[in-house]
Design a protein around this ligand. Structure first.
Ligand code: PLP
Length: 461
């Protein structure tokens, strides 16, 4: 990220340690400070307008500057800003629970509130361990995750993360957490068709379960589309086949829908509507409040809750929960957010617009350094390569994604750079002409970044 000159505000940045901050860059890192935002646009403090390409962090679904959400927040804060979830309850949290159960797939009717995505995933993982302990299956603790997955930043959710886990200087849990291949079609072994690749991946999951022992494997955790792993859309039928394998071996299927829920793929939840999977547990957050306030939720199947309730639950307490469980203000915002979705038919809007969005972005494939453009719904990734045949990633001293982001920002667009990739997930309210504006700026930015690396002798195209 760039900024014109170090302002007094920038000088005070030294007091913050941001997520994923590179410590070598810290003294010099300039980041754009935003002043305000409206619709799909954010404005820096000098008033420069930028398209919010990643919708904040995959979350500002209904767009910025929604007065209704601010009013819902203020109204609830004045009525009841906080209440202890230990022994007490509040109306918005209860109403939201009922609403979530009504839009969730299958019998996922029990809601555990969390403070965001990581804590929702953490809750899912802890619940699974708790569930098996209550059932007397103390060995059934192992979790299978995938390379390139991102599940959060708590100890447990980060332990399930596949991305760079080994290089990040944290000591994660490795004894009970296993990883299998990411379902990345673009990077599948040469010579394999998509269908063969799919079979290979599913066989790998089954082999991993058998290697550990089904009686020791508690759950498989998966993002329906790996988001920050580079918008990895799995092969046709992959998730459903993984679900079948899990059912066969009594392994629970946890869907991490922190990114894919709340309209990103044109549905409340993607697991069942898009991929035909009814998970045992879904973790969600982000779009639940459109990012206006932090809130996460873990939705659990009745079947699981009932199995450890009543007779089985005698003397058993669910020793898990957060001070901000069912926060009344966050719940009121989530309810209003869902109301906006319904009134403005945002799910239908995404379903209608997605083919256009994906189609326009795929036009970028004619650029020499663009190896792949992939995505579904309103989430997409542009991956740059040195050479389209070898698919060698364009990883340079300063990753190409960052170079593209810098040009894009100058031209009026924020993209999310991820090494050799740029990820896009705009607010769901984006229109066709705004998609055109986004794609035009992105094309210019990629071409400019390509000229830079050619000029610097880093790429010979
Ligand atoms: N799961 C997925 C798929 C995510 O993309 C993220 C965050 O980007 C998380 C979990 C963690 O969410 P949070 O940052 O709200 O804790």
């Amino acid at each position: 990220m760039t900024a014109a000159a170090p302002s007094p505000l920038h000088q005070k940045l030294k007091h913050l340690l941001h997520p994923w901050e590179h410590l070598g860059d810290r003294p010099t890192l300039k980041r754009t400070m935003l002043g305000h935002a409206e619709g799909i646009y954010v404005y820096d403090r000098e008033g420069k307008r930028l398209i919010d390409g990643p919708a904040g962090m995959w979350c500002v679904q209904v767009g910025h500057g929604r007065r209704e959400l601010a009013e819902a927040m203020a109204e609830q804060a004045m009525k009841l800003a906080y209440q202890s979830p230990w022994g007490l309850g509040n109306e918005p949290a209860v109403q939201l629970g009922e609403k979530l159960a009504s839009i969730a797939p299958g019998d996922l009717n029990t809601v555990v509130y969390a403070t965001g995505g990581s804590t929702a995933v953490d809750t899912a993982l802890r619940f699974v361990a708790f569930y098996n302990n209550v059932l007397g299956r103390r060995e059934k603790k192992h979790i299978i995750s995938r390379e390139a997955a991102y599940h959060g930043s708590t100890y447990l959710s980060a332990s399930c993360t596949g991305k760079d886990r080994e290089q990040n200087n944290f000591d994660f849990e490795t004894r009970t957490i296993h990883r299998i291949s990411a379902p990345n079609i673009y990077r599948r072994p040469a010579g394999l068709s998509e269908a063969e690749f799919c079979r290979k991946l599913v066989a790998e999951l089954e082999a991993k379960i058998l290697e550990i022992g089904p009686e020791r494997v508690a759950a498989f955790i998966a993002e329906p589309i790996q988001a920050s792993g580079g918008v990895v859309v799995p092969p046709e039928g992959y998730l459903k086949a993984c679900w079948e394998v899990c059912k066969r071996h009594d392994v629970l299927f946890i869907a991490d829908e922190v990114v894919t829920a709340f309209g990103r793929l044109g549905h409340w939840f993607a697991s069942e509507s898009v991929f035909g999977v009814t998970p045992d547990i879904i973790a969600c957050a982000k779009g639940l409040t459109s990012g206006y306030l932090p809130l996460g939720a873990t939705l659990i199947s009745d079947r699981l809750v009932q199995a450890i309730s009543g007779e089985k639950g005698q003397g058993v307490t669910f020793f898990h929960g957060f001070t901000y469980f069912g926060h009344p203000v966050a719940s009121a915002v989530a309810l209003k957010n869902i109301e906006i979705f319904e009134r403005e038919r945002l799910l239908e809007h995404v379903q209608e617009l997605a083919p256009y969005f994906q189609g326009r972005l795929r036009e970028l494939r004619d650029i020499p350094i663009v190896g792949d453009v992939r995505g579904l719904g309103l989430m997409a990734c542009v991956e740059c390569v040195l050479d389209k045949d070898s698919k060698e990633p364009l990883k340079l001293d300063k990753a190409i994604g960052r170079r593209i982001d810098e040009h894009a920002e100058r031209l009026g667009l924020i993209v999310r750079p991820l090494y050799s990739m740029c990820v896009l997930s705009p607010p769901l309210i984006i229109t066709k002409s705004q998609v055109d504006e986004l794609v035009e700026i992105l094309r210019k930015s990629i071409l400019l970044a390509m000229d830079d690396v050619r000029r610097e002798g880093l790429w010979q195209g």
